[in-house]
Design a protein around this ligand. Sequence first.
Ligand SMILES: Cc1cc2nc3c(=O)[nH]c(=O)nc-3n(C[C@H](O)[C@H](O)[C@H](O)COP(=O)(O)OP(=O)(O)OC[C@H]3O[C@@H](n4cnc5c(N)ncnc54)[C@H](O)[C@@H]3O)c2cc1C
Length: 533
Amino acid sequence: MPFVQPAPELPHPYQADPVLRSYLRRVLPPEVLADLEPSLQAMGATALAMRARSLQDRLEEPRHIPFDPWGHRVDRIQATRLWQEAERVAAEQGLVAIPYEDACGLHSRVFQFALVHLFHPGSDVYTCPLAMSDGAARTLLDSGNRILAERAVPLLTTRDPARVWTSGQWMTESAGGSDVGRSATEARLGDDGRWRLYGRKWFTSAAASPMALVLARPLGNPPGGKGLALFYVETRRPDGSPNGFTLNRLKDKLGTRKLPTGELDLDGMEAVPVGPLKDGVRAMAPMLNVTRAWNAVTAASLLRHGLLLAWDYAGKREAFGAPLARKPLYQDTLAGLEAEAQAAFHLAFHGAEWLGLVEHGAGDPALQRLIMPLVKLTTARQAVAGCSELLECFGGAGYVEDTGLPVLLRDAQVLSIWEGTTDVLALEALKALTGCGFPAFRGHLEALLEPVRDRMLALPAGAVRTALGQAQAWWAGAEEAGARRLALTLGRTLALALLVRQAQWALEHDHDPVPARVAFRFAAQGVDLTFHW
Ligand SMILES: Cc1cc2nc3c(=O)[nH]c(=O)nc-3n(C[C@H](O)[C@H](O)[C@H](O)COP(=O)(O)OP(=O)(O)OC[C@H]3O[C@@H](n4cnc5c(N)ncnc54)[C@H](O)[C@@H]3O)c2cc1C
């Protein structure tokens, strides 16, 4: 018989993830964690079943149905079977509802994102519409428009799968994604007192959602971002027909292939202004804070998923007389990836904590405006680089589609593009730094390091301070061309401070030196990118 390699198997993603578990033990009061534990265990089991289904249905894709059998234009989308299942699971487990039910107060966002971290890798990126639905609920609540909030938020946040809604966010146009101020979609007020939208939206994920938040320029408004307004639309009329839109096609994408991303023409779509008829980009800001937190958590979750599979494979695959798991160089490669994955995890959950803090009036929004882009851009770059490296850990098998491995890299690649590219977020971070001031960021990191007293951690804690000093010196003469390196330096420095804090806790509470080693390794991999110019 020729040799047949046993496939890597995914362990229960909650039980097998010491990083998530020890983080939750640190941040949640024991009685809260005890209450949440059954949901986390159950989500781990569901995630395993969904991954098996995702591998089985690997080639299934969403379908655009332009016409009904009698020739009426319907522009419906037939979602994959896994997506239909994911919609039910997400609603029942409250993946959008949890922060709005607020049963765990300040910890609600952490609980929500712990579930998302487990759910994402087997969900075929169903997290994209969930992120936008969460963002839409937050945006409508923050807008102060009670009528729209009372209409849509209960449907976005219900746990009833038969009633639940998802939302799209329609911003990007052909002329501008990053520079959204170039948007050409017009809003015209009719004689009947209703607003209607005319234009083309170039990337609309979750194109089948019953509602969306849309940027459009009221007729006569000035050009640029300030002239745009935020509108609420329901995509179907009461009889189910399209509300003044045509879905021209679904995009043929590198990854996220189960996610239907459409190109839409709006030709008289009825819409309701969410707030004042200007400053729509600013009105959309709560959406972006939320979706960026989801982006970061899904980035961290892809890295963890890949590592769980890689460690399993390393125990089964033999080369040169021993399992890969016993080869010192292979161990070192995985240790480097582990350090990036843990850094991404702590950054992502820091973003989640900040969402919760600001929502509860306990965090400074000016600092949040800096932290969220740093968290998003850093974790996204880590996911793209890490998933590429992870595929190599499986050798040729990592490049073969029906192992279910290449999709990791293809789906990771989008994380640094949507919700703001790396460069664009770096510029936002630079602006936010000017707003809150470097000392505020420095103070935040010093507060993270405050409990750190173990001598073992002096070196990585020192690396945080050195990198901060370098970044501050650079920032004094800030130039646009260096914004990306500055932002990545700040993001990685924040990640290191978070790793050091967790390591101190693990030493004190579990006598566990592993997180300290991880912090060392991450520091050695480099946090300061301002050095090299
Ligand atoms: C799968 C997928 C789904 C999407 N879904 C949605 C959706 O549902 N809704 C939605 O609104 N959008 C969506 N998008 C669009 C996405 O948000 C945009 O593609 C993204 O914001 C970038 O915009 P752009 O494509 O116009 O690229 P551009 O803005 O043209 O950017 C091109 C390059 O230029 C860089 N760049 C731009 N400005 C600067 C600058 N000032 N300095 C330095 N570099 C700069 C960018 O970083 C990028 O590398 C989706 C995209 C993808 C890939």
